[in-house]
Write a protein that binds this ligand. Sequence first.
Ligand code: DMJ
Length: 623
Amino acid sequence: MSKSLPYSVKDIHYDNAKFRHRSPLKVLSQSLLTLNTKRNCASCSTGMFLILILVFGLVCLMLMSKSPNDSALNEKGKVTFVGGLRLGRLLRKPPRLPPRLSPDEGQLRGSSTNGSTISISDPKWAARQQSVKDAFDHAWSGYRKYAMGYDELMPISQKGVDGLGGLGATVVDALDTAMIMGLDNIVSEAGSWVETHLLERISQKGQVNLFETTIRVMGGLLSAYHLSGGEQGTMNITHNGPKPAIYLNIAKDLADRLLTAFTSSPTSVPFCDVILHESTAHPAPGGASSTAEAASVQLEFNYLSAISGDPKYSTEAMKVLAHIKTLPKTEGLVPIYISPQTGEFVGENIRLGSRGDSYYEYLIKVWLQQGAKFNSNFTYLHDMYIEAMKGVRHLLVRNSIPKGLVFVGELPYGSKGEFSPKMDHLVCFLPGTLALGATKGLTKEQALKENLLSFEDLENLKLAEDLAKTCFEMYEVTATGLAPEIAYFHTNEYSEDGLEGGNKSSMYANDIIIKHADRHNLLRPETVESLFVLYRITKDTKYRDQGWQIFEAFEKYTKVKSGGYTSLDDVTEVPPHRRDKMETFFLGETLKYLYLLFGDDSVIPLDKFVFNTEAHPLPIRNT
Ligand code: DMJ
């Protein structure tokens, strides 16, 4: 039976026995029975009888008294042990969690690992989840047949290409998706490739980009470490692939080399490129680093410090955010370039698309990762995030005409310059991030019931829902049902004719403008990522329906028969002209988010994990 990962492995302190929480009554009657086997009560002296009553009374008291510091099964079924040791605990067996079920098993049985009942999932969604799993299998089979060990597959030419420095990026990006899906054979294949080849590659390869290598390769290794039982030391719950320590050692070796991007920079802003075999770092050709790149490696370096016990990774990476905190901003918004030489922002171009996007994502996610509420050292990140989202709402959000889609535009010349109604598909990470930032991973219902949403949270949640709609309409408006890389929005100040998406029945056909140069689709994940987060948070099934519609369009137009999926040149044409590349994030992100969207909420719960910007789940600190 394939395995999957409904919880942090940290939570799995149990054997495979059926969950049994012994009631105090049961313990008492068992104690009585035990005593009675040794003595016949009828022959007891009165003194002995009184002693017995006293003992029972004491046992009762110890078992019934419930202190908040006692071990407890919390709301997610996680066993927490906090506070001092009590006598009661000595006499009690810690509660055991039920055996871990694969998402499919869990759904079929209608039970969950948190002890509460979850609805038996609709067989329709179980079948759709299976289709995503099949798609992943098809994507992997093309890659392993034609490109094993290369960064990416060219599915039409049936060969591999090294577009990311030659570290076998698809293998590492795909690994934790296979673990989550319970695809054991792929876990074995990918895991053993990592074990056999990756360390050698890292020591021999040349130039890599700090950000891409961190989010895809280090992120993939760290997530594989955790999901394969890392923090338990020896327990490998996938039962496939290498031991967690292998992933950790490789991640450390890689991070030690990447660290030179930070340590050789004259400021807290890292250089953008690293020569792996030399362990040297260099600025980008233009000198400046992308703001998103410099500020989106902290989740990974922090987690590496936590599990390796070596603070140096986190220390270097967090300097970037602490430094950016001191820089002047425009209502919390930042230019997309920053100089490692001066530490200052470069230019005035403000956007939440390429080079800007994950800066905003990591502000809130690093705060969440570090234990949010009980770790005040990082409150500044939350403050920066809230200010930035206010800035987004004030300076970048507009409505299109005639139908009023809410979109996020750009300020290429700063807040004094002209507004551009251009929105990259990349911006579609924002609805998910806004929703996550608002409820901190809880459902909206729960957050409302517990009165946890501030005015800002409610505003951000509303914007999240509006933007998710726009992101979906960017798919719906085209002939293929797939989004272009970039869309423009028709406003009072901006219009262009003859650039519709090709789906005449879309009610937003006149709102969305797609320029010829922007019509490609790279199998990107951002919209399905947001649909997944919004579904988890709002429980509104429309997000699942939309995700399914997008998945079907991927199946129809991007699937390559011999194996793999391909990027497209033009989503407004049917049939679309195909490019010849399967990006690693299709396996690492797009299919993972779709799989999770159609599955059970207890798999990688949003209040226990943060996804790095490449969809690799990392556990949230719980102390
Ligand atoms: C991924 O590599 C990451 O999500 C990154 O933050 C930007 N976008 C690509 C996928 O589109």
